[in-house]
Design a protein. Structure first.
Length: 474
């Protein structure tokens, strides 16, 4: 959970959050709001995860609640999983930090070329040597934590005046410059939630835990509280060492600006390499978990050529699932204009996630209101108020991005329309509905069979769903 949650978000998004909110004070409030939404989301996923303890994450929860039209929610979820390149944004950030360390100006292709090398390396390591990939992933998680602790300790030194520049005094009038526009606040919230996006990561691998209920009950709250405290301390460190105007204009390399102001230019370049390694660790974590989800869709018979995607051959790794996620991430990484690549990928992933979370939390509210009908009594409960808060938060995150920015300067993109990620994100989910028409409606009619979902129990005692084709006469 920790390794997936802490990626480049805390190093790359605070700049956008300050630029969108206009002030240090509002930016910190948005970080607190994002933490509360993530904590509520974790509670919702904990209840579902312990109530339906098997691999697959939100797919299981949606299928449990939304049963009509038959298998439609499975189709929507398939589009959401297959067509989103989660690993792309951190690959872009990796390229930018490597170029900063080398003191090379970023252009259209050098950043993406290095990002492409980053995601390809992660794909090959996990695909060809999974055991070593997981070991490297854990090592990079330790490096990530060390970098964050260095920033926090250096931040306290900066508060004491140990800087290479004049003291910024960002806290003397913390709310000066506040914009408060709806577009700015919701886009900033997306940036914060992106930094917490791994809070449901453990739900994808429930069957690999010895005691999932006990593990989730302890690990998940500890992870979200620890990460929340670390994020607030890192933000305070940034504000202690970097002037507000520099924060707003620094883009993805805010951490590099921080290192330069505290330690000097040489340390800036050296520490930028370690931030890049942190990004690489997150790319490895993301491509591994997404590759596993694609493999699970293959094992359940949902994808075309399911046997190909379900296989662990030839290296005992989900090579086909990893390749699918690598391919989509590369396309999404190369498509947008260079200055907009990171923000577009972040938003085009976060928007469909908000749509999914509306239905996940709405489904849990439905279970609360019909508890006896579903015999819903999981060992961990989110409570109805927390679930409703998470539902309303995600409805806001779905609707508010369509409200235009008050001025062109507030648009988070340089060359793209402000609403593009909403349209593309919605289209990705709807594409799953189109796939459902072929997979669950048209092909069964043409082939003379019906799809039936059966529960299969593995040798280890864990269950999973499998879609089988049953001839009409049967």
């Amino acid at each position: 959970i920790f390794n997936r949650m802490i990626g480049t978000g805390i190093f790359s998004t605070p700049s956008s959050i300050v630029a969108l909110s206009g002030s240090v004070g509002l930016a910190l409030f948005i970080w607190v709001a994002g933490m509360l939404i993530a904590a509520a989301g974790m509670a919702v996923y904990l209840e579902f995860g312990t109530g339906l303890p098997r691999n697959g994450g939100e797919k299981n929860y949606l299928e449990y609640v939304y049963t009509k039209p038959k298998f439609l929610v499975t189709g929507f979820y398939t589009g959401y999983v297959i067509l989103l390149g989660w690993a792309g944004s951190n690959s872009v950030a990796f390229g930018e930090y490597i170029l900063n360390a080398a003191n090379v100006e970023v252009n259209r292709w050098n950043q993406r070329g290095i990002g492409l090398a980053c995601i390809t390396t992660a794909f090959l390591i996990h695909g060809l040597a999974l055991k070593w990939g997981l070991r490297l992933q854990n090592l990079l998680g330790v490096i990530k934590l060390i970098i964050i602790l260095i920033i926090i300790v250096a931040g306290f030194a900066a508060l004491g005046g140990h800087l290479k520049i004049d003291k910024p005094d960002n806290f003397s009038n913390a709310f000066e410059g506040t914009t408060g526009s709806s577009y700015g606040v919701v886009t900033a919230l997306y940036n914060v939630i992106w930094s917490y996006i791994g809070y449901s990561n453990a739900n994808y691998a429930m069957s690999e835990m010895k005691n999932p209920v006990r593990t989730l009950k302890r690990a998940a709250p500890i992870a979200i509280i620890t990460v929340g405290i670390l994020y607030m301390l890192v933000n305070i460190a940034y504000f202690a060492a970097v002037p507000r105007e520099e924060i707003a204009s620094s883009g993805r390399i805010l951490a590099a600006s921080f290192f330069r102001n505290v330690f000097g230019p040489r340390a800036e370049r050296a520490l930028s390499v370690f931030v890049a390694l942190s990004a690489f660790g997150n790319v490895m974590s993301v491509i591994f978990s997404q590759g596993r989800i694609v493999q699970e869709l293959g094992r359940e018979g949902i994808l075309p050529f399911s046997g190909f995607f379900a296989s662990n051959k030839p290296f005992n790794a989900p090579l086909a699932g990893l390749f699918e996620h690598w391919l989509v991430s590369v396309i999404i990484m190369l498509a947008p204009p260079p200055g907009d690549a990171y923000n577009f990928i972040l938003n085009v992933i976060s928007y469909p996630l908000a749509i999914v979370n509306v239905f996940v939390s709405g489904g849990l509210v439905h279970l609360y209101l019909n508890r006896e009908k579903y015999h819903w009594h999981p060992p961990i409960k989110a409570t109805l108020p927390v679930t409703v808060f998470f539902l309303l938060s995600n409805i806001y995150l779905v609707v508010a991005p369509y409200i235009p920015p008050e001025t062109p300067d507030q648009n988070v993109y340089n060359d793209l329309p402000y609403w593009l990620h909403c349209v593309v994100g919605t289209a990705i989910v709807l594409a799953g509905g189109v796939y459902w028409l072929f997979w669950a409606q048209l092909l069964p009619k043409l082939g003379g069979y019906k799809l039936r979902k059966e529960v299969f129990v593995d040798d280890d005692g864990w269950s999973r769903s499998i879609f089988v084709k049953v001839k009409d006469e049967q």
